[in-house]
Design a protein around this ligand. Structure first.
Ligand code: DX5
Ligand code: ZN
Length: 221
């Protein structure tokens, strides 16, 4: 027992970007039944990132399929403030916007929180953690991207881990560091040990035949 490594665990949020859109409700229910802690919804506008994905109508569909799920919306869009109300009306619990897109991030965090949701701030791989230093006491979630935003199935960028560590050291237990992109059962332990409270995973979960096995491995394997 002396040499047994301690298990550090994290919350797991499947990204429905890799789900079967033709049967989304079924996939959402299946990952929740398989142990997912929350559902991650990737919103892309073809402007901030070079891809288009889903809008409030899809978020509302997830809410209908899973009335009690925690829905985490990741806004990879140029004008996140314009979409706070539509996504909250569609049932989102957390709204995360990118620091690279807004001029007054503190005001947007407060706007989201004042409407009863939690607020997250995301940073791209090229953005240092110090870009959000002044917001560390304010937001609820800090999303560190470990791939270039826009697509699922990309290779994990290890340069995200020192940022996770730096942020985790400076926030409280009520706040969360979330890592997003290229997370696999092979690198999950390293991510959790760096201080991740929550891990997003798209392709690894939805392309597997056994969601529960992958979710368990990501959480504590
Ligand atoms: C990328 C998205 C991620 C991505 C995760 O822009 O924010 O959530 O879909 O997918 P995987 O786990 O396949 O990298
Ligand atoms: Zn995401």
């Amino acid at each position: 027992m002396l040499f047994r490594r301690p298990v550090v665990s994290a919350l797991i949020g499947p990204s429905i970007l890799s789900a079967n859109f033709a049967d989304l409700g079924k996939d959402v229910c299946a990952v929740l039944k398989s142990g997912a802690d929350y559902i991650h919804v990737d919103v892309m506008d073809g402007h901030f990132v070079p891809n288009l994905s889903m809008g409030p109508a899809v978020c509302a569909a997830v809410r209908r399929a899973a009335p009690r799920a925690w829905i985490d919306v990741h806004l990879m869009i140029t004008n996140p403030a314009d979409f706070v109300d539509p996504f909250l009306a569609a049932g989102a619990n957390n709204l995360t916007f990118h620091i690279e897109t807004v001029r007054k991030p503190a005001a947007l965090v407060r706007q989201i929180q004042s409407k009863g949701a939690t607020a997250g701030i995301a940073i791209k791989p090229a953005t240092p953690w110090t870009a959000i230093k002044s917001l560390l006491s304010l937001a609820d979630v800090f999303l560190v991207m470990s791939v270039h935003p826009g697509f699922s199935g990309q290779k994990f960028l290890r340069s995200a881990l020192p940022k996770v560590r730096a942020i985790r050291e400076r926030i409280s237990d009520n706040q969360r560091v979330e890592l997003d992109g290229g997370v696999t059962p092979q690198n999950a332990q390293m991510c959790r040990r760096a201080g991740c409270d929550a891990l997003v995973s798209g392709s690894e979960i939805f392309e597997s035949k056994n969601y529960a096995r992958v979710i368990t491995a990501l959480r504590s394997g």
